[in-house]
Design a protein around this ligand. Structure first.
Ligand code: PBG
Length: 326
């Protein structure tokens, strides 16, 4: 018994001053590990505020390029692009059109020489008129028919300059389908960040307003995961790894830290976590009411997500967090 218990052991000693606390800090956040989700829309000079996500905007391509310059000056790692197309149809053709809105945005960022990692979300829900993440057959989202369209989307985004693609439709076999198509089209160098464990979450509400992507009928429970299932989440992650995913994502983040932790213990592959729109909106709303300290709550949440095991964090606080961290 030498120093291993009270009174010799006094854990408060290392908390006494900011300098000591800094020295023994176990989790360090850095702007480089943050990916900032951005919404791109048609037009020029447009910065349209998103009601459900104060501080976030739908940006036209030129404004997006300006935003990206500022983000890279702040040391942020990259952007995750979501698109609002000019028009929608049952097969989501806007997702894989050569002149599609995200394709144009990716090209513009590359033409601008942006040093950011440009990641493009691969899904159909923003592009289909029914709002589901795949094509419908007899009122159901048809898995295998959707795979081909997701693969086309990924190839077209890679051709437009995306550095990484992020399939988020939760179709079985989507990672394998994307990998095969990218390799066949000479885009074997483009990594896949799989939304591997993506839950059917109420916390996506504000995003669906932002991206105009709410399903017109029904919900996504037939393809996104059932929130109570952690063991199944690991099966999803393992399946995506086996199909060739380069980065695995858990989404949402804070309500699913157990899933993230379990993945961290089971794989050495890079892990990402997505602090989703509802997580952002809750902190912002409570902060606006003076009920919590907005910035401190945001930073604490991001730290918790990193502590649980995320290497990469997708967050709408990216820009602000970068300035708090510098
Ligand atoms: C597309 C997609 C969604 C989100 C990211 N990609 C919406 C959904 O699945 O309904 C949600 C992100 C957020 O809430 O911030 N499938």
């Amino acid at each position: 018994m030498t120093g291993t218990e009270f009174p010799a052991l006094r854990l408060r000693r290392l908390r006494r001053t900011p300098a000591l606390r800094r020295l023994v800090r176990e989790t360090r956040l850095s702007p480089e590990q943050l990916l900032c989700p951005l919404f791109v829309r048609p037009g020029a000079g447009v910065r349209q505020p998103i009601g459900s996500m104060p501080g976030q905007f739908r940006l036209s391509v030129d404004e997006l390029v300006r935003e990206a310059r500022e983000l890279s000056e702040l040391g942020i790692g990259g952007v995750m692009l979501f698109g609002l197309p000019e028009s929608k149809d049952p097969r989501g053709t806007g997702a894989y059109a050569e002149g599609g809105i995200v394709q144009r945005a990716a090209r513009a960022l590359k033409d601008d020489g942006s040093p950011l990692a440009v990641v493009a979300d691969v899904c159909l829900c923003e592009y289909t008129d029914h709002g589901h993440c795949g094509v419908l057959e007899d009122g159901e989202v048809a898995n295998d028919a959707t795979l081909e369209l997701l693969a086309r989307t990924a190839v077209s985004l890679a051709e437009a300059g995306a550095d990484m693609v992020g399939p988020s439709a939760m179709m079985d076999g989507q990672v394998a389908a994307l990998r095969r198509a990218l390799d066949a089209e000479g885009r074997g160098e483009v990594p896949i960040m799989a939304y591997a464990a993506k839950f059917a979450s109420a916390f996506y509400g504000p995003f669906r307003e932002a991206a105009d992507s709410a399903p017109r009928s029904g919900d996504r429970r037939g393809y996104q995961m059932d929130p109570p299932n952690a063991r199944e989440a690991w099966r999803e992650i393992a399946a995506d790894l086996a199909e060739g995913a380069d980065v695995l994502m858990v989404k949402p983040a804070l309500p699913y830290l157990d899933v993230l932790r379990r993945a961290r213990q089971a794989t050495s592959a890079p892990l990402a976590a997505y602090q989703v729109s509802g997580e952002y909106a809750m902190i912002v709303a409570a902060g606006e009411r003076g009920w919590i300290d907005r910035d401190a709550a945001a930073l604490e949440s991001l730290t918790a997500i990193a502590r649980a095991g995320a290497d990469i964090i997708l967050t709408y606080f990216a820009r602000e967090a970068a300035s708090w961290l510098s």
